[in-house]
Design a protein around this ligand. Structure first.
Ligand code: TXA
Ligand code: MG
Length: 320
């Protein structure tokens, strides 16, 4: 069931139930972060391994600092620049945060989402929320309330409907090696924007790190339909003329073919708009019974880099 009633959402959360709620990135599956029983329900409903920790969501920088034992100068700069917004910081946790939230890690992932409904909800609560993306483990993250409802139906008592997510891709996760920022997950804030605030940053694979982000498995964000990255749609259609193909790209429709469903994420080649539409397009094409979904790489700059990261994962073929 979905609606816009914040007090109803609060009532469910207060009795340790889960709810779906909108953020500017993707919809989250939320529970009271201080209730071990509620946190366990998230792992059960998502079928997510308990070794994969959860992001803590709160309503302000002032609230966020209550849950960490230390914020280094770069973390303070990033928080002040991007919160509320699609940035998650990995910070040393304090005793307020139950171990089940961080899967036993001494670090907690924290973010302040920039969505009016999320902020109204978080402000109405006297505890923070933990919220992974509201999809079953390894599936495409939902960017509207209907997708959440399709995934969980009756097993999720309430979904706060806040429309389509403006960013459409998950938050950028930044952790630290000493005081130096490291990007653990590319996301809705580009590396360029992070570097503008704190100078050159390293990517996770460039540093020897004990910290792991267990959710960043190679096979992730995947539709059930086989998905491939291609260079040229016409070449692909010529090689496989009898395949029913869904194509995801940008710009104008340039090929007509009876077996082709053509989706343009942005007719004006606007990467921000394309990012907003990416997951929803993958999700819709996945429901059409196609033989495959093909996609072209995005320009490797700004949010295009994060989108390329996600489509690499969506097209990853496990060797098992
Ligand atoms: O945009 C987002 O971040 C969305 C919205 C709902 O806020 N949330 C989200 O959560 O993407 P989730 O659970 O789908 O992805 C969180 C990622 C996972 O890869 C997880 O392993 C990592 O963050 N993570 C969470 N807590 C961590 C911790 N303490 N240490 C290392 N990695 C952590
Ligand atoms: Mg997720």
């Amino acid at each position: 069931m979905f609606g816009k009633d914040i007090s109803k959402a609060v009532a469910f959360l207060n009795k340790d139930d889960l709810i779906g709620f909108p953020t500017e990135t993707v919809y989250g599956l939320a529970a009271n972060a201080f209730s071990i029983a509620a946190v366990q329900k998230i792992y059960q409903l998502k079928k997510r391994p308990t070794s994969n920790p959860l992001i803590l969501h709160t309503h302000s920088v002032e609230a966020a600092v209550k849950y960490t034992s230390k914020m280094n100068p770069a973390a303070i700069k990033l928080a002040k620049s991007f919160w509320p917004g699609p940035l998650t910081l990995l910070l040393p946790k304090n005793n307020l945060i139950p171990d089940c939230v961080t899967s036993g890690s001494p670090l907690v992932a924290i973010r302040v989402p920039n969505h009016p409904v999320a902020l109204a909800l978080l402000t109405a609560l006297d505890y923070p929320l933990v919220a992974p993306s509201a999809n079953p483990y390894t599936r495409i993250s939902p960017t509207n309330a209907q997708m959440v409802d399709d995934y969980f139906g009756e097993s999720l008592p309430y979904i706060l409907d806040g429309g389509s997510c403006a960013k459409g891709i998950e938050s950028t996760i930044v952790g630290f090696d000493g005081d130096s920022p490291i990007v653990f997950r590319q996301g809705a804030i580009s590396i360029d924007a992070i570097e503008f605030v704190v100078g050159k940053v390293k990517m996770k694979h460039e540093v020897k790190q004990e910290i792991v982000t267990p959710g960043m498995t190679k096979l992730h964000y995947a539709p059930k339909t086989k998905m491939h990255i291609i260079e040229n749609l016409l070449d692909f259609m010529n090689v496989s003329p009898n395949h029913k193909v869904g194509f995801i790209g940008m710009g104008d429709r340039h090929i007509c073919h009876p077996n082709l469903v053509f989706v343009s994420l942005s007719e004006n080649n606007d990467l921000e708009e394309a990012s907003m539409n990416l997951y929803q397009s993958m999700y819709i094409l996945d429901s059409l019974g196609l033989d495959c979904i093909v996609i072209k790489k995005f320009p490797e700059h700004g949010i295009g880099r994060s989108m390329n990261d996600r489509i690499r994962r969506a097209t990853y073929v496990s060797s098992e």
